[in-house]
Ligand binder design. Structure first.
Ligand SMILES: [Ca+2]
Length: 325
């Protein structure tokens, strides 16, 4: 006679410990996949505070003549000690040149950028450094032959939904070409630093362009330990649309952080100065979200953390309304 198993007989189940182990492994895998995805792509990020009205896009603000203390007590070797400098007034575009603005320039002229002509541009790739354990600065960059202003993260990337993001992968040559088309020019380093200093909420605090008195985020920088941890305290892992942060006292946006900005000033033989720091500047590594900070790059270099801001002379433009490209 075959013994029948009672339906009430308890079925042997996996132990509680085994279930916890499986759940833990799944969670680690999911977090790893999500992290790699976030770090390798740069999807459009919508933040409610990015409310710069369309009427402000392409506007300029008057920067009055005056003098200021340029430079800083050396944080880095490339920064000179403070000295008083007089600056003639000028007009400054209130935000970084956007993809939308640059697209109009390209549509009107057929211009091809250095990256498009020379075979790619530098893309931030933190997983390279994380995997290799390297702390060598260039280890988190890769030259991507598909990276251009149209495809910021390389093959498959698009500008869909990113018309208001700052244009990147633009060289100094590209920046000069855009400025000329826009009937403008690039700022000198002195002009840039003067305007950024006027905009600070506290000129006695070098970090006050990025961090408010209560620790609040005033710019898109790298929150956390660079390059393997980013808390996104400011809301953005990589670039942000222009105008997502509070306007400076001068009425400009993103002078500090988001992307570095080209100037027309020589940095050293064969290179030119960029200013403002970027979304990659952290307190732990690149403490360059300060008005006096400066770096130098060759005129044909481009990357995903350098963009453009343009200026106009007051003498010819001060009495007419700000124009839009
Ligand atoms: Ca950020």
């Amino acid at each position: 006679m075959v013994e029948k198993r009672s339906t009430d007989q308890p079925v042997k189940r996996p132990s509680h410990k085994l279930i916890m182990v499986v759940l833990f492994v799944c969670a680690v895998f999911a977090v790893t996949v999500a992290s790699v995805h976030v770090l390798t792509r740069n999807p459009p990020q919508t933040v409610d505070r990015c409310s710069l009205p369309e009427s402000k896009i392409g506007q300029f603000v008057n920067v009055p003549s005056g003098s200021f203390l340029m430079g800083a007590h050396r944080k880095y070797l490339e920064e000179s000690k403070p000295r008083r400098v007089h600056v003639q007034g000028f007009q400054l575009q209130i935000h970084e040149v956007t993809n939308q603005q640059f697209a109009r320039f390209v549509a009107a002229t057929g211009y091809r950028t250095s990256a498009e002509r020379n075979g790619g541009s530098a893309v931030f790739s933190p997983q390279r450094a994380t995997q290799s354990g390297s702390q060598y600065p260039m280890s988190w960059w890769r030259l991507d032959k598909h990276a251009t202003w149209r495809t910021p993260e390389g093959k498959g990337a698009t500008l869909q939904g990113r018309g208001r993001y700052p244009v990147v992968h633009v060289s100094l040559e590209d920046a000069f070409a855009y400025a000329k088309w826009a009937k403008a020019r690039l700022p000198s380093e002195v002009e840039w630093e003067y305007a950024a200093t006027l905009g600070l909420f506290n000129r006695n605090s070098p970090d006050s362009g990025a961090i408010g008195p209560n620790g609040e985020s005033l710019a898109n920088i790298w929150d956390g330990h660079f390059p393997n941890q980013n808390t996104r305290k400011d809301g953005f892992l990589r670039r942000a649309p222009v105008g997502c942060f509070k306007a400076t006292r001068l009425g400009t946006y993103d002078m500090i952080g988001n992307v570095w900005e080209w100037t027309s000033t020589t940095y050293s033989r064969g290179s030119f100065t960029i200013k403002g720091g970027s979304f990659l500047c952290s307190e732990s590594y690149c403490h360059r979200y300060r008005t006096a900070a400066r770096q130098g790059y060759e005129p044909n270099f481009s990357s995903e953390h350098i963009g453009i801001r343009i200026v106009r002379d007051l003498s010819t433009k001060s009495n007419i309304p700000p124009s839009r490209e």
